[in-house]
Design a protein around this ligand. Sequence first.
Ligand code: ADP
Length: 496
Amino acid sequence: MPLTTTLKTPVTGPYEQPTGLFINNEWVEGVDKKTFEVINPSTEEVICSVSEATEKDVDIAVAAARKSFEGEWRKVTPQERGRLLYKLADIAEKNTDLLAAVESLDNGKSITMAKGDVGAVVGCLRYYAGYADKIEGKTIDTNPDTFAYTRSEPIGVCAQIIPWNFPLLMFAWKIGPALCTGNTIVMKTAEQTPLSALVFANFVKEAGFPAGVLNVISGFGKVAGAALSSHMDVDKIAFTGSTLIGRTIMKAAAASNLKKVTLELGGKSPNIVFDDADIEQTISWVNFGIYFNHGQCCCAGSRIYVQEGIYDKFIAAFKKRAEQNTVGDPFDNSTFQGPQISQLQYDRIMHYIEEGKKAGATCETGGERHGDKGYFIKPTIFSDVTPDMKIMQEEIFGPVCTITKFKTEDEVVAAGNDSTYGLAAAVHTRDLNTAIRVSNNLRAGTVWVNQYNMLSHQLPFGGFKESGIGRELGEAALANYTQNKTVSMRLAGPLF
Ligand code: ADP
């Protein structure tokens, strides 16, 4: 198979799409020469085929990352690591239009949102570039005859497995902290969305990273993903995806070499609206909280709780707002919501919608397909829900939310926390005391007040409970990619 193909997007015209595996700064075919098709979720048509990594390719990529970690990369100074990351960010920024177009083509997200993602990628890489020469240890005074200090050392070869909902952004969240701290990487992208990372891989070489530092492979979870999680020469695995697969990865790590594990998993986040909230503003945030990225966000505000005084007014206005969201062609500048990622996800979401209807919930709006091709689903709101319903308990990962009336603060905090997940939550109120009290009492890794989905590369992000282990972003992420070494030295002088 050729290692590149010419593709076209409505905004870039023709461009060269790499299709191979990126190992050791070179494009190669898989050992078994396997390929798989990449589908355009807006049209259900095949975009192109890319190489599929098998266990043998994983071995080769891990060996490349190991060689680089023990060799050339180790000699690169922290300052130089930072310079390379800044350069990578600059190249990505220069190619914003191309990266965004590839993302829209492959993932189906609107071109406006895709450009926003690329901006966030650039910001994230620059943030971690700045950290490269600020990784520090401590000197610790234990007794007068000893000089002791700690070093913050890289963990080694990191496998990183990312999902399809933010293909480039998740790539950046993972590589930024791993590279600035001196690790090497084998990145496996999601089988639904390999294309933008492959384009990006060329920039890694262009920026001047030594061979083997960052290897990018396309492939399936059960094959390449499983091979990485159980690999005996991978020192750390970082995963973003479903809680189900998070468990599988943790088991594989435990059963192999006890590689370090960080997980960013699912959510079923409560979005709480008090009577005194600014209704108009809140409706915009609640709408954005659930329908941004077509509901395919681990932190989506999918359980909406509204206080009784404004419930009727709120539901009428929210329904109207959801119906105004433009669903359609991602390359149309006015589109807010594109298609779901795949037939499988479309079917899963429609199944939840049917379950909700059968369980007796009222479908206020949506609940059906949009258009006749592509995996589009109308923004959907369910009311008359009860906590035992599947649509209230399970992560749907689509444009579907539930809305529940509440009376008191205590009642809504208990309801909000009634979930096995704990990724995010939000509170809408004009009362500062309510905002702080409720935020403190919600068991979630992120709580937004009077806003939603406002992530920043400066702010740690991750889950309480079954939503994950470890934190991404911010200074906190550095801890996921470093380990402490203690050096303790005896000074010259008599022994005891
Ligand atoms: P989804 O169900 O939404 O596709 P997943 O959690 O299955 O989410 O997928 C997220 C990432 O995990 C993808 O890159 C996928 O290939 C990978 N993956 C899936 N199954 C496994 C597995 N058994 N081991 C390792 N990685 C996996």
